[in-house]
Design a protein around this ligand. Structure first.
Ligand SMILES: [Zn+2]
Length: 248
């Protein structure tokens, strides 16, 4: 297949994944929902077509492995997230999964001295439970059992949602990847800023990455002009105290 045909195939696949959405006029795919299940079934099908061995892990991430005939090194992991925020762009996360699968298609004649795992992380955005990175946290061994008690906006706990999805919450995170089992992790992601476009570059390599944390703060005080007015000073002190209280 010519390279432009491969590119157009990936664009069509991204269009297909948009169909698995909880919004009529826009893309919304949250963790442990019917859309999650449908999208991962489709992704698994593409993985199988690329010759990969597929499975779903304990928290609902979808995996596909290009099996090495003689693995002498740890496993290379390539992937991204399949969940979305509300009214999302269709390439966020999903493109990284599709490119990983397609890379395995292109390399189907090659045998590497390590397995290559393509992963679709089921939750990165925290759209449903307001807890981000559940999928990759579980793989990295950082799934916290107390997360199972977090409720969504309908009062459904994560544990119950796992049961409804067909997962056993007792096993969540038990199948983590050990550090020594992983050769490296590679992710292609769309740039969510203007730099590449403004420099007319097709691709860039990141040198640092942001980590997301969410806090709920209550700030007491009175809005006012910063500086000389005393209400302003009160307000600024309160903010500062709140930040200190929640600093990790
Ligand atoms: Zn993303």
């Amino acid at each position: 297949m010519e390279i432009h045909q491969v590119a157009s195939k990936i664009m069509h696949q991204a269009d297909k994944l948009v169909e698995f959405s909880a919004m009529d006029e826009g893309l919304l795919r949250a963790y442990l929902t019917p859309e999650h299940k449908q999208a991962h079934a489709q992704i698994a099908q593409w993985m199988i077509s690329a010759g990969l061995q597929t499975w779903q892990d304990s928290v609902g991430n979808q995996w596909g492995r290009k099996v090495s005939s003689n693995p002498t090194l740890p496993t290379l992991i390539i992937g991204s997230h399949s969940d979305t925020v509300a009214n999302a762009g269709k390439y966020d996360g999903n493109l990284g999964i599709l490119l990983g699968i397609e890379a395995m298609n292109q390399l189907s004649d090659h045998d590497f001295p390590f397995h290559i795992d393509i992963v679709a992380f089921a939750d990165e955005e925290g759209t449903r439970f307001n807890t981000t990175l559940i999928g990759s946290s579980a793989v990295a061994g950082h799934f916290k059992p107390e997360w199972l008690d977090i409720e969504d906006s309908q009062g459904v706990t994560m544990g119950q949602a796992m049961l409804d999805f067909g997962l056993d919450p007792e096993l969540a995170g038990q199948d983590k990847s050990l550090k020594e089992q992983v050769l490296a992790y590679l992710e292609v992601h769309i740039e969510q800023g203007p730099v590449l476009e403004s420099k007319d570059l097709a691709v860039g390599v990141v040198t640092a990455i942001a980590g997301a944390k969410r806090f709920q703060l209550k700030v007491k005080g009175m809005a006012g002009h910063a500086g000389t007015s005393s209400p302003g000073l009160t307000s600024r002190r309160s903010v500062w105290r709140s930040r200190n209280d929640f600093h990790d």
